[in-house]
Design a binder for this molecule. Structure first.
Ligand code: PEP
Ligand code: MN
Length: 363
């Protein structure tokens, strides 16, 4: 995918002052639910109505979407509100049916973008169409796979492309349903500056009460828009009941979100920012210096262990290092989990270095 193509023309045409807003239920359930939700989100100022027609469920036996009948309800909702319509397509048959019902925006879900065969089949079905196509990140944190899916769609001649960041599944117990791993969409934006990247705080947070915080972070990070699951009666939703919000709550979210006004920066603010950034740069330099010193010590320790024939990994010592770091961090008000992550990486690197020293010495 070249990064010269002007992907953002479609976004500029659609969005107003607020970033692009896509809202609507996780799944279309009834005609009334689709139309009432559409009217509600229209009032809030959303530009696009989303609804899942075919639902990829983790386990069989759950509600798997109403199917093509739901597309008729979306058509009706479009007629009554003027909203554009968006739905998930997971195979060429979905594309065909969505086309027949005049769906404006097709998105590829996280469980599909992970599979190049499936993405290619969809790309072939989309060939040459003048539609907006949004690609959700694959469920695993693999930027290349995400880019690959976007490239397949682009090669089919779709230029109105966009990406949706919906977080990454993890086996860890977490605050969020899907780990945001913000660095991945940021890297995508850095590589493809013109590609609109939309955040889906609903599937990241998994809980309606956390949707706002994720959305606010995304807007601070300059995402181009939000896709928010909205339902007239979330607690009775047939899928993702726990994370959907009402149109009124969507209005509150929109009112509460602060949009960074970069252009309005006054010179005094810029000066302070520059000063603070210089300080950060200096701290970062020191950080690397300390890491280099730590590596040197690790090598000395490895040499000693080699001489005395002591094994590299010492469980008690590792736990001792970790606990000391955590205590230290707690005193300084640094999050425990964050320190643990850093120390796991440090320890892994230290073991690698020590293995290398052992290898070199035994030559
Ligand atoms: C959805 O948008 O309802 C959905 C199924 O999302 P994802 O593919 O991100 O899980
Ligand atoms: Mn959903």
């Amino acid at each position: 995918m070249t990064n010269q193509i002007k992907y953002n023309s479609w976004k500029k045409q659609l969005a107003g002052e607020f970033p692009l807003l896509i809202a609507g239920p996780c799944s279309a359930e009834t005609q009334e639910q689709v139309i009432e939700t559409a009217k509600g989100i229209k009032k809030v100022g959303a530009q696009i109505l989303r609804a899942g027609i075919w639902k990829p469920r983790t386990r069989p036996g759950n509600f798997e979407g109403v199917g093509a009948i739901g597309l008729k309800w979306m058509q009706e909702a479009k007629k009554q509100t003027g909203l554009l319509t968006a739905t998930e397509v997971a195979n060429p048959n979905h594309v065909e049916l969505a086309l027949q019902h005049d769906i404006d925006i097709f998105w590829i879900g996280a469980r599909t973008s992970v599979n190049p065969f499936a993405v290619q089949e969809i790309a072939d079905a989309l060939k040459g169409l003048d539609k907006i196509v949004l690609v959700k990140n694959p469920i695993n944190p693999d930027l290349a796979l995400w880019i690959g899916a976007l490239e397949r769609i682009e090669k089919a001649g779709i230029t109105k492309l966009g990406a949706i960041h919906r977080g990454f599944s993890s086996y860890k117990k977490m605050k969020y349903r899907n780990e945001p791993l913000w660095q991945i969409p940021i890297d995508l934006k850095t590589q493809f500056p013109n590609l609109p990247v939309i955040n889906d705080p609903s599937h990241i947070s998994g809980k309606s009460e956390n949707v706002f915080d994720v959305a606010q972070t995304a807007i601070q990070l300059k995402f181009d828009g939000l896709m928010i699951e909205t339902h007239i009666n979330p607690k009775d939703a047939w899928s993702d009941a726990r994370q959907q919000i009402t149109p009124d709550e969507l209005q509150n979210l929109k009112n509460g979100i602060e949009i960074p006004q970069d252009k309005a920066f006054d010179p005094r603010l810029l000066k302070s920012l520059k000063h603070l950034r210089n300080e950060i740069d200096e701290l970062d330099r020191e950080l690397v210096e300390i890491l280099a010193q730590r590596e040197a010590k690790t090598k000395e320790i490895a040499s000693l262990k080699f001489l005395e024939n002591i094994s590299i990994y010492q469980k008690e010592r590792w736990l001792d290092i970790l606990n000391k770091a955590k205590d230290n961090a707690e005193e300084k008000g640094i999050e425990n989990l964050f320190i643990e992550k850093i120390y796991r990486i440090l320890h892994q690197e230290s073991l690698k270095i020590q293995h290398q020293v052992f290898k070199d010495k035994s030559k």
